[in-house]
Design a protein around this ligand. Structure first.
Ligand SMILES: C[S@@+](CC[C@H](N)C(=O)[O-])C[C@H]1O[C@@H](n2cnc3c(N)ncnc32)[C@H](O)[C@@H]1O
Length: 254
């Protein structure tokens, strides 16, 4: 059976999230670089890079060794086109699953931005993503994870929404799964002359402590957390949870 994350990030995805654009990415990266001093001349991986908006922003900030990894061929093709159009042909793109980053001990920094975590059916599978990032980092490398905050989602969930995006009529339904662990989203897109398309998203919501525990088990150290990429203090009502953590040598998974 096809998992939701194999089919959702396709043809309509970028049109459904028009505000996740270059301008926002430039601001995200400026904020990230104020939060943590990532070395510009060393290898950086954008894990789940999507259409490459953060890679382009990083390149403009002077990063010279950039790789983006994503599972969606469609978004990777969009990323290639965006980067080539900006004369950023040197940025490498890789199609792979985030649980199996092919490189070991390669990246000084790995970033995972805008809720690319919590996608798998079990916590063990999600944890594999963190293990994979750990292995792909060089000693003392930095991992940045930007994801949603369970408490905020539970307190602010909008169950139903309708909007027009260009010629698309979009109806969104959200609910919390019966076990209370996941936020489920169904997006129904109607376009003149096309059959109705339905996209599903199912993201496991973690408490801060659960992610800290996973990072600690794997061997990450010096974990700092924030309520936004801008470095706001984390509270239960923060919309985001941002972890900045480091690898240490000779830890259990290495
Ligand atoms: C919410 S989007 C974020 C994209 C990008 N970080 C951004 O901010 O524009 C999540 C991304 O994860 C990718 N993705 C989903 N499942 C994946 C997997 N198993 N392995 C690698 N990438 C995956 C999707 O294709 C999509 O590009």
């Amino acid at each position: 059976m096809t998992a939701w994350y194999e089919s959702t990030f396709g043809r309509d995805y970028l049109s459904l999230y028009p505000h996740r654009n270059d301008e926002e990415a430039i601001q995200d990266i400026a904020a990230l670089l104020r939060l943590t001093d990532l070395p510009r001349r060393e290898p950086l991986l954008d894990l789940c890079c999507g259409a490459g908006r953060h890679l382009a922003a990083l390149r403009r900030e002077g990063f010279t060794d950039l790789t983006g990894l994503d599972l969606s061929s469609h978004l990777l093709a969009e990323a290639r086109a965006r980067l080539d159009a900006a004369s950023m042909e040197d940025v490498q793109l890789l199609r792979a699953d985030m649980r199996d980053i092919p490189q070991r001990d390669r990246f000084t920094a790995i970033i995972s931005l805008f809720t690319s975590f919590g996608y798998f059916a079990s916590q063990q599978e999600d944890e594999r993503v963190l293990v994979s990032a750990y292995r792909a980092l060089t000693r003392d490398g930095t991992f940045v994870l930007d994801t949603l905050n369970r408490e905020h989602v539970l307190a602010s969930l909008t169950p139903s929404e309708e909007k027009e995006l260009g010629d698309m009529c979009v109806r969104i339904r959200r609910h919390i799964s019966r076990d209370g662990l996941r936020v489920e989203k169904e997006t129904r897109v109607t376009q003149p002359g096309s059959p109705v398309t339905i996209y599903r998203e199912s993201v496991r919501m973690y408490a801060k402590r659960e992610i800290e525990d996973m990072l600690g088990r794997i061997g990450f150290v010096n974990t700092h957390f924030f309520g936004s990429l801008q470095g706001d203090a984390f509270t239960n009502s923060s919309a985001r949870m941002v972890f900045v953590t480091s690898k240490v040598a000779h830890a259990p998974y290495h």
